[in-house]
Ligand binder design. Structure first.
Ligand SMILES: Cc1cc2nc3c(=O)[nH]c(=O)nc-3n(C[C@H](O)[C@H](O)[C@H](O)COP(=O)(O)OP(=O)(O)OC[C@H]3O[C@@H](n4cnc5c(N)ncnc54)[C@H](O)[C@@H]3O)c2cc1C
Length: 503
């Protein structure tokens, strides 16, 4: 058994440096790791909103969360507010974490559906500490010492400055022995006998050989696509947005502990509050809207002074047929792209890296290991894809050709099954290790007007009065908890104020 010794990471965007930092920490000098990046080519640099799983990544790195937040000008995130998605004038929050509490063996939403049928419901957001706190602009970290209180259930993620994040990780990785090589890769040499990658050639002629290559080169997929010719599965018939314009503006008084996503005529606009600025972007379908119109809409919906010219990005929804082929693993945009509606890209970087580490091969690159990696990756991508498609499909909007298309489109069979099951009796099951839990699906279904025809029959074990009281108690306790929480702005100012300090 021969072990791999040298690892080459091609690319120094968020995914390249996330890879370098994690590998350097976990492998503790066991491998020789080189990261190649090119200042001339630059990075995409717009991934700024995350989901709670990112805390696992930070933990693996042993980072102090407050220091991480100061160094990246970060804010806290309790969820995402979706405005005008179901229909104009309607909004809801997809909050992280639990909703209410179970009763007998049923989820809280079944009781809510019954109360709704009785005409006696509160807003669904009142039953979750994350959504109720978000709407009140309140935040604090979960208090593990608070027993069953909703205050012990607060689930958070972050918004952060992507450039500062990459710089922070770069310093971290280099302190732990990763060698950074600046310059452009101009050629890739394959081994004649098996087509594995042997080495990359830099513009100054240096050849860098390795055993394992991690392709973090962005959309182009320098190694996985250009050198190894792995194909691409195009999902744009389900996710027609293919352009984005990103622009920062000055931070406004409204320092929300959530991302906002506002639907427009042919896509949607994000708003990500950071400590030193607010990030904004318009994701749209070029088939349904031209660039000038998209820019006009973006700029007329900023809530602070514009700080730079908009950055234009083109993309296509989908993924490579295989993210691991021969001795190359694609991570980040080189592997695939799902629009940032649910902030899943950096998570896919993290989970791809962890999966690769769990399946780290020896120098023989056993095919069963590679196949298992690709099987798990396909499953993860497809389930996230389905969840994002649901946001487009579950709409009553028909005010533009874009929304008519989305509302009427056929969806993947895996999603169709979930929708049908939900619409019958409000049931949803998390399959294997799919990323989004039942709570996420429930909030998007209800928030976008997919109200099931019935609820679980076992709800009727409880009398109407008991159901109303049960829900009322949850809302009252959540409401009380929210009143004692500090505002998001005060909490950040107290525990992790970045000021002018930057990585
Ligand atoms: C509009 C938009 C919004 C997004 N928002 C979010 C979000 O809110 N949350 C989230 O999780 N994700 C988001 N993402 C995704 C996120 O930005 C990416 O997943 C993340 O930045 C990782 O990018 P990357 O490192 O794979 O690629 P890139 O940032 O493109 O980096 C590629 C690297 O490869 C190098 N390179 C390329 N070719 C060569 C060569 N020939 N020689 C040497 N070096 C080379 C480049 O110099 C660069 O360092 C968003 C993406 C887009 C497009």
């Amino acid at each position: 058994m021969k072990q791999i010794r040298r690892i080459l990471i091609a690319g120094g965007g968020s995914s390249g440096w996330m890879a370098a930092a994690l590998l350097s920490r976990l492998f503790q000098g066991l491998y020789d790791i080189v990261l190649v990046e090119s200042e001339q080519i630059g990075t995409i640099g717009v991934g700024e909103a995350t989901i709670p799983a990112i805390k696992k990544y930070n933990e693996l790195l042993g980072l102090d969360e407050n220091e991480f937040m100061v160094r990246t000008q970060a804010s806290f995130k309790l969820g995402i507010q979706f405005v005008d998605w179901w229909k104009k004038g309607e909004s809801y929050i997809h909050g992280f974490g639990v909703i209410g509490q179970d009763l007998e063996w049923l989820r809280c939403h079944h009781y809510w559906l019954k109360a709704r049928a009785l005409g006696r419901t509160g807003d669904f957001a009142d039953y979750s500490i994350n959504t109720a706190a978000a709407l009140a602009n309140k935040f604090m970290r979960a208090r593990q010492d608070m027993g069953d209180s909703p205050l012990s259930q607060i689930a958070h993620a972050f918004h952060f400055d992507a450039a500062l994040f990459a710089r922070f990780l770069s310093a971290y990785a280099q302190e732990r022995g990763v060698r950074r090589r600046e310059g452009q890769i101009v050629d890739v040499t394959l081994r004649a006998e098996d087509g594995f990658i042997d080495s990359v050639t830099m513009e100054d002629g240096e050849q860098i050989a390795a055993d394992l290559f991690i392709d973090c080169s962005g959309f182009r997929g320098l190694l996985i696509a250009e050198a190894l010719k792995v194909g691409f599965q195009d999902w744009s018939h389900w996710l027609p947005c293919d352009r984005a314009l990103a622009v920062p503006c000055e931070r406004s008084g409204n320092f929300t502990p959530y991302t906002r996503s506002t639907a427009h005529g042919a896509g949607w606009q994000w708003r990500i509050p950071l400590q030193h600025r607010t990030g904004n972007g318009h994701v749209y379908s070029s088939r349904h809207m031209d660039d000038d119109e998209a820019e006009r809409i973006l700029l007329s919906n900023l809530d602070g002074r514009q700080l730079a010219d908009p950055l234009k990005v083109r993309f296509k929804a989908g993924k490579r047929d295989k993210l691991w082929h021969k001795n190359c693993v694609a991570v980040g945009l080189a592997g695939g792209f799902l629009e940032p509606l649910e902030s899943t890209s950096l998570h896919l970087v993290q989970s791809g890296l962890i999966r690769m580490i769990r399946l780290l091969p020896d120098a023989g690159f056993d095919q069963a290991t590679i196949d298992e990696f690709n099987r798990q990756t396909d499953f993860e991508y497809e389930r996230i894809r389905d969840f994002i498609i649901l946001h487009y499909k579950a709409t009553e909007r028909d005010d533009t050709p874009f929304w008519q298309y989305c509302r009427d489109m056929e969806v993947p069979e895996t999603l169709r099954r979930k929708i049908d099951l939900w619409m019958a009796n409000g049931r949803i099951f998390r399959e294997d290790e799919e990323l989004f839990a039942e709570e996420s699906w429930i909030q998007v279904f209800l928030g976008q007007g997919y109200i099931p025809r019935g609820y679980d029959p076992l709800v009727d074990i409880k009398s109407d009065a008991q159901v109303i009281q049960f829900l009322g108690n949850i809302a009252a306790v959540v409401g009380k908890c929210v009143t004692v929480m500090p505002t998001h702005a005060d909490y950040v100012a107290k525990v992790c104020p970045a000021g002018l300090v930057a990585a």
